[in-house]
Design a protein around this ligand. Structure first.
Ligand SMILES: Cc1cc2nc3c(=O)[nH]c(=O)nc-3n(C[C@H](O)[C@H](O)[C@H](O)COP(=O)(O)O)c2cc1C
Length: 186
């Protein structure tokens, strides 16, 4: 389900990644960020995730085990390409399922552990900047959940993923994650 590096002491971080391909532009970009930080990357494609269900008939799937693991970390790095101005369908499904932790009485205490966690975004598109709709999908959700947004790293992959160019653009975010800063308006 994941690739694991050596976790940095202090601010324990984890990356939650989604793309239609594991080793495409976003996959290579998050692998660089996670590799520099020595953190684990969870590929949502490898987790059995069902869509949100008002009746919660999906509690047997892989979401709660995944969340137990994710909640054990202080800093969450979300990685997704821009697909039609927003996050991938699977990443959106993951965000939708966070509602379980607001709805289900036995998950409320666990859900409150999201508060105060630092959250960052790693993304790729074919534009100079990610669309506001993409960023706000994450940032508005972080705000609602009481998480502390720490900024994003974006790679314009109009001409493919170019490590020398794109990795340099991620260094500032990597430094922020290393130092555990959560407040940033980028
Ligand atoms: C279904 C789909 C929708 C896309 N929508 C957008 C978009 O709205 N804006 C944009 O800049 N790029 C868009 N792209 C381009 C991707 O964001 C870009 O190629 C990205 O680097 C792909 O990352 P991946 O290799 O991880 O899939 C889209 C690509 C796909 C496949």
């Amino acid at each position: 389900m994941s690739s694991v590096g050596t976790a940095a002491p202090g601010h324990r971080s984890i990356a939650v990644f989604s793309s239609a391909r594991r080793h495409g532009n976003t996959g290579q970009f998050i692998d660089f960020v996670a590799g520099e930080l020595g953190i684990e990357t969870i590929d949502l494609a490898s987790v059995a995730l069902s869509p949100f269900d008002y009746e919660h008939r999906n509690r047997h799937d892989g979401f709660e085990p995944l969340m137990r693991h994710v909640l054990d970390h202080d800093q969450l790095v979300f990685a997704s390409p821009v697909y039609w101005y927003t996050v991938t369908a699977t990443m959106k499904l993951f965000l939708d399922r966070l509602s379980d932790y607001l709805d289900l009485p036995d998950l409320l205490d666990e859900g409150r552990r999201l508060r105060g966690k630092h959250a960052y975004i790693v993304c790729t598109s074919i534009c100079e900047e990610p669309p506001a709709s993409f960023i706000s999908t994450f940032v508005d959700t972080f705000e609602y959940l009481g998480m502390r947004y720490g900024g994003y790293a974006h790679a314009n992959c109009e001409h493919g993923y170019v490590p020398a160019r794109h990795q340099a653009g991620a260094v500032a975010l990597i430094q922020r994650i290393r130092s555990g800063h959560g407040e940033h308006a980028a």
